[in-house]
Design a protein around this ligand. Structure first.
Ligand SMILES: *Cc1c(COP(=O)(O)O)cnc(C)c1O
Length: 372
């Protein structure tokens, strides 16, 4: 097959040709045209979550995890305490980041398929007055589970604490409205639902909280307050910016807005997810999550029940057909994941389902009748 493989992953993912070609230039980091590019990208990112009145967008070089670590290091005071609501690998990672940089941290853990109950969170906050911040993963990408952002934001605000949201795999596709939700910071990156290329994270932070955090960062390179103030003053990034990544994100945002913004992106992903779920079900594969708990970002399926099943040969064979799958991230059960985000739609999903069906039959892991 001549076409590059389609990435059915949670990012980096398949980007459009327009986004890729936007990188065919060299920009000087000092140049006004590049500084305008940065400013316009930050402006649009802030607008996606309606944060113009209360928040600012601070971009940061690196992958999404860098931005998560930076947000915690800046916004959770050195004497603060973070409660992380964990139901998968990214929740665990947020807690680990806090621990590594020496913030006090505790977790409220639920099963991989179970969102935290707002009442339990309220109870935990009432019982531990030392907790200053709550960390929530909006879409837990390790399964695709959607966590109840609105309800959690309400109990955290009622308890007078601050909420930090890792919206890495939901930002731009699932609605988030800072005018009605009390959220201190939202963290995301260039290479997920915005369909840019990897290399830049960003934190949409409450402006007053960010400015009040001056001097709190555990790290020079990850000091968001300093990055923000420097950018306000000079228009430039502190330290070498990922120029091509910013240019690609500008192009990706232009396409995003042109196609109808968040609502349109969600509709396309929801349709992708529905096609994928129905298609793989017809092959006899079982989704891990109930439909109501599933975000239309990445779907987890139980591995075929056949005793010979192994992910690696399955992956390789499907890759040879032009599609890149993702391994499962659950420790207890054998699963695999298929992403429905990126510059793809129904056609690619249908081709992927057909390829998966062909391969599973060839490997003898599903029987002919289920696919008829
Ligand atoms: C992708 C992702 C991250 C960041 O991962 P990186 O590999 O550092 O980009 C963090 N949280 C969630 C929920 C994610 O999906």
């Amino acid at each position: 097959m001549m076409r590059e493989p389609i990435l059915l992953t949670p990012g980096p993912l398949t980007t459009s040709l327009t986004t890729k070609t936007a990188m065919l230039h060299d920009w000087g980091s000092w140049d006004t045209s590049f500084n305008q590019l940065t400013a316009s990208v930050c402006h649009d990112l802030l607008a996606i979550v309606h944060g113009e009145a209360s928040h600012v967008c601070v971009p940061l070089q690196g992958s999404g995890t860098f931005a998560v670590e930076a947000a915690i290091g800046n916004l959770v005071p050195r004497t603060g305490k973070l409660l992380v609501l964990v139901n998968g690998a990214y929740g665990k990672r947020m807690a680990q980041a806090a621990e590594v940089i020496g913030r006090q941290v505790c977790v409220l853990e639920t099963a991989d398929d179970t969102p935290p109950s707002p009442a339990d969170v309220a109870g935990r906050l009432a019982a531990d007055p030392a907790i200053t911040h709550v960390g929530l993963i909006h879409c837990e990408t390790s399964t695709g589970l959607l966590n109840p952002l609105t309800e959690i934001a309400e109990v955290v605000a009622q308890a007078g604490r601050q909420l930090i949201v890792d919206a890495m795999s939901s930002f731009g596709a699932l609605p988030i409205d800072l005018r009605s939700l009390s959220i201190q910071a939202i963290i995301a990156s260039s290479n997920k639902c915005l369909e840019g290329v990897p290399g830049m994270g960003f934190v949409i932070a409450n402006r007053a909280a960010l400015l009040a955090s001056k001097g709190q960062s555990h790290s020079l390179a990850m000091d968001l307050c300093d990055q923000y103030e420097y950018m306000q003053r000079t228009g430039q990034w502190r330290y070498t910016p990922p120029t091509h990544v910013v240019a690609a994100l500008r192009a990706a945002l232009d396409q995003y807005l042109q196609a109808g913004g968040q609502a349109a992106r969600l509709a396309r992903y929801q349709h992708n997810a529905d096609c994928l779920r129905n298609g793989l079900r017809k092959l006899g594969l079982r989704p891990f999550l109930p439909e109501a708990a599933q975000a239309p970002i990445i779907l987890t399926f139980h591995a075929p029940a056949h005793p010979g099943y192994q992910f690696r040969p399955f992956y390789e064979a499907v890759r040879a057909q032009g599609f890149i799958l993702y391994p499962g991230k659950l420790t207890q059960i054998e699963t695999f994941r298929v992403g429905c985000i990126g510059a793809i739609d129904q056609a690619e999903i249908e081709q992927a389902v057909a390829a998966i069906g062909r391969i599973l039959q060839q490997l003898g892991w599903i029987n002919q009748e289920t696919t008829a």
